[in-house]
Each structure stands twice: as structure tokens, then as C-alpha cells.
Design a protein around this ligand. Sequence first.
Ligand SMILES: Cc1ncc(COP(=O)(O)O)c(C=O)c1O
Length: 411
Amino acid sequence: MEDYIKKKIKSLKLSATLAINEKSKKLLEDGKKVFSFGFGQSPFPVPKDVISALKKNADKKNYSSMQGLVELRKAISKYLNGRTNKFFDHQNIIVGPGSKELMFLLHLSFDGDIILPAPSWVSYEPQAIIGRNKVHWLQTSRDNNWFPTSKEIEKKIKSLKKKNIILILNSPNNPSGTTCGNLKEIGEVAKKYKIIVLSDEIYTDLKFDRKYESISKYYPERTIISSGLSKWCGAGGWRLGFFAFPSNLKPIMEMLKILASESFSAVSTPIQYAAVEAFTGDYSDYVNKTTNILHAVGNYVYTNLKSNKVLMNVPQGGFYLMPEFLNSKFKTSEEMCGDILNKCGVALLPGSDFGLKSNQMLARLSFTDFDGEIFLENIESSKKLDDDTIKKYAPNIVEGTQKLVDWSKNL
Ligand SMILES: Cc1ncc(COP(=O)(O)O)c(C=O)c1O
């Protein structure tokens, strides 16, 4: 059977997230309590008016254009304009079943090298492998908030033979929870070498300081903006994302359109209508509240877990933290995460799954193990949330953090 599978594809393994879910499920079946700090998805419900728009449009049964409804692309154009102060014509926007699928198609059509800062989201590398593009990891450091410096990027570009290069930047970042503080200088280097930047802004509306920042400001010529409904709107399962292209890169978009038409055809039409509502309605109160909760919960974990044995950078957006547990007990971060799961029932993902060296004792911690609907209903807009509120509405976060604190004391 194995012979029927392509060699390149055979080298891929089950995503880390799924593997940890399997292990967690087994522990749950054995009657053990598991703190789900491994899997990262929005704990909040989709805003009510967006759900109403979906219901109202359930009868829209025809295929839409493969690039996405014009109405939706115009709505996204306006949404982007409000942030970037740049006009993205709706002709330069493509809608897909999740931004992940569009990234996949990008890797399929692109012929060149991919620079990935480590840490990076788990799917970028496998997608590049499937697309037969070589991945070049760029290790980053805590000192630079887990983003590469422009010098490091320049050195890497110079070392590559191929000059078709995509740099993928994701800020706020999964897994580190930090934001990139040197977008301007990275933009300058990218411009110097005319590389393509894929700016994955899926967590941008969950930035805790609520200030939009994008490398497209400094390097609009070849930056593709990627985002969607999955994180800020709590609608990961609805599968809707988009890419916005600068005019220079329109030939890539035309290729993506062809690949889209030969694969997913078009995104579910009712979901696209609901997305028109999401991108045109005023959801600032919802976003302020959800971000406020995430900020408070992230800070709670950060403040309580940080010690001389547990190093971490301040969370700045999204729903992740990346603690480093100083020890020489374990050979790999995977081994360490296995021990944490077995001893205290806290599921974390090892840093090695995000391109970090396996002997660095880093892990991704997702602080979404709480009922976002109840939390949301019980707080006022942007009021600062105290520890008692967190204890009341996010008890698993509090208990799981304490388990980690106790575990780390024995290192
Ligand atoms: C960094 C990052 N980019 C992209 C995605 C994919 O988002 P979508 O649901 O739009 O495919 C995720 C989802 O986990 C993510 O964490």
C-alpha cells in the first residue's frame, strides 16, 4: 500500500495538534482531567447578527464566482481600507475556504524558496513541501520578541541561489503570542531584494493594544495580506478566508483563481453572505470585549507562570503564550510536553512542531480553555478584568496554570 504514496507526501506526519488531541482523548477516556492548552481556536460565539445573516441566506444555493461574491470582496476592500489606508480593488481580492486553503494554492503555484521564521505556524512547512518549495528556517530569539531581525533576513536571502522568495510573517504570532516590532526594517530589506511577503494577519483584530500594524505599510509592492473570519469572529469552522494582492502580484492571483476553480470551486454561498455582514457591520464592541478577555486571561497565565525557571515574553495578541521551561531533564520539547500531559494533565504543543530546535524547552500554550459565551455575557465592554473574574469564568485556566507552576517547581 505504501508504494502507492508519493515519497514527498509520505514524509509528512499527522499534525501536532491532532496528535495531542488523540493523546488527550485517551486520558479523558481513562477518567482523567485534561486541561486543553494545546488546541487553539476562538472560545467565543460568532456575533448574533452574523449568525442571523447566515440563516437569512441559507436559501442561496447557487455556486458563486470562484473568486468570491463581488459584494463580499467590496466589503473586504472597505475593511482593509479602514486599516491600511490603502485601496485594494475588489478585483485584487480572492476569497477561499479558509486562508489556509489559499496558502496551499499559493505554494502549489509558486516556484521558489520559502523563508520561515522559527517559530511559525505548523502548516506552513508541510504546505511548502507539498508544493515542492524548499523551506529555509530562520531561528529567532526571545530578545527580538521571536521575530527575525532584518540583518538575519538579509543574510538568509543572500545565501539562497533562487531569487524567487516568499517570506511568511505572522504578527500577532502563532505560537509565540508576540507581535513584530521591526516591520519597517524588514520591509526595507524585502524591498531591496524584491521578495514576496505573505503577511498572515489572521490574529490582527485580536491585538491587545488594538493598533493595526502591517508590513504592507512599508512594503506594499509585493505584500499579500492574508486574513479571514476564523479568529476575530470565532468562525473557524465556517471556513472563510481571503488574500488581498498588490497589483504587481496579480499574475499569482490569476493562477490561484485557476487552481481554485479546479479544486474547491467557490466558498459556500450562505457563508459568504454572512461574511458580508461580518465585514460591514459594526462589531467593535464584540471585538473590544473578546480582546479584553483574551488580554486579561493571557496576562493571568503570564504573571502566574513566569518564574526563574519559566521564561516567557509578554502576550500581545491572539491566544497563545510560548513558555520556556529551563531544565536539563528532557532531551526534547516533545518529551517534556509528554511528561507535562502525563503528570498534570495539561496539554501543550512542543516548540519543535513550530520549527524551533527540539532541544529548546519551549512549548505553545493556548489559553482558550474556558466558555467564551458565558464570559462574554458577564462582563462590561472594556472594563479591566480582575483575577476574581478570571477565576469565576476561566477556572480551567486558573487550575491548569497552577498545575504547571507546581510541575515547574520540581524541575
Ligand atoms: C497563523 C495561522 N494562520 C492561518 C490559520 C488558518 O486560518 P483559516 O481558518 O483562515 O484557514 C491559522 C489557524 O489556526 C493560524 O493559526
